[in-house]
Design a protein around this ligand. Structure first.
Ligand SMILES: N[C@@H](CCC[C@H](N)C(=O)O)C(=O)O
Length: 294
């Protein structure tokens, strides 16, 4: 095995995350390593969060984010909470400033162990998301799936949380939709030149909703933090909810999202460590730490 790096297998309310410690190294986790790790049931994941040395003064670390298909992502809210928990356990520090390709973000661990991440400001311009054609109003765009006169899903709200999101609203029975079938079609729809994360959302009160997400580059997940942020922003923007909402996710966990008056979106929830090991960032070959939990 080439020079290995430590990792922790974690989850953010079911979103499967590998936190890779790439500090003091010049190399990156390769797409091939991500695909190989994901192919092994023990290390199968939704995102890798690779912690690198800081690039910019005022930030503690640069975080590189990979999806399980090896592609890069600009944002991952559940993964950031896992990173915070790992670093807080290591350093005793409670607040962190990170850099990702999408910009600089702050995060903190609270006394009860929950973690909040400032996911920055949402963007609504069609070029920001991006969409393939101009829409002046992205609260609802013309896009549908299913028969033309009886679409199964239609008129999504689209939002960038650093990464592209489409939110399809349903009035009831959010669990009945075949997201495993429609997700790949919508993720790769020509409307989304950089693909998109696809969410079905059912608003259950002005402060609650249920969401399911087909993640770009990862497929069906038990939770998606940036999709939760996008759904709350889109719901508030279309007067479906207020700006402070709790979301029930497919893994059974709950996330809280607040769209603050200063336009920043704050994501709060838990993170959980599962086991630790070492891996080769170029091939994905890995070994579990002997004292690590099963
Ligand atoms: N699970 C993440 C989102 C991951 C990124 C996404 N698949 C993309 O490619 O944009 C989250 O918790 O935000």
């Amino acid at each position: 095995m080439a020079s290995t790096a430590p990792f922790a297998k974690m989850n953010g309310i079911g979103n499967e995350i590998i936190v890779a410690d790439m500090r003091s190294r010049a190399d990156r986790v390769t797409a091939a390593a991500a695909i190989a790790l994901n192919a092994d049931a023990a290390t199968s994941f939704d995102q890798i969060m690779a912690i690198h040395d800081a690039r910019t003064p005022g930030t503690a670390f640069f975080i590189d984010i990979l999806n399980s298909d090896g592609s890069k992502a600009q944002a991952c809210g559940n993964g950031m909470r896992c990173v915070v928990q790992a670093l807080a356990a290591e350093t005793g520090q409670k607040t962190f400033t990170f850099e990702t390709v999408a910009g600089i973000l702050n995060a903190r661990e609270h006394a009860d162990g929950s973690i909040s991440v400032d996911m920055g400001k949402p963007r609504f311009g069609w070029q920001d998301i991006p969409l393939a054609e101009e829409f002046r109003d992205t609260r609802m765009i013309e896009l549908q799936i299913g028969p033309i006169d009886a679409p199964v899903l239609h008129s999504p709200s689209v939002v960038s949380m650093g990464n592209p999101h489409a939110i399809f609203w349903v009035d009831n029975d959010v669990w009945s939709y075949e997201l495993d079938r429609f997700g790949p079609l919508l993720e790769n729809h020509p409307m989304f030149p950089e693909r998109a994360n696809i969410t079905i959302a059912q608003v259950t009160s002005p402060e609650t909703m249920i969401i399911r997400t087909w993640e770009r580059g990862a497929g069906l997940t038990k939770a998606c933090g940036s999709a939760s942020c996008a759904a709350v922003v889109a719901a508030a923007r279309t007067n479906r909810t207020g700006r402070s909402v709790s979301l029930l996710t497919p893994g059974g966990g709950t996330l809280h999202v607040e769209w603050r008056d200063d336009d920043h979106v704050i994501l709060t929830g838990a993170a959980e460590w599962e086991f630790s090991g070492n891996f080769d960032p170029s091939t994905g070959t890995w070994a579990r730490d002997t004292e690590s939990a099963a």
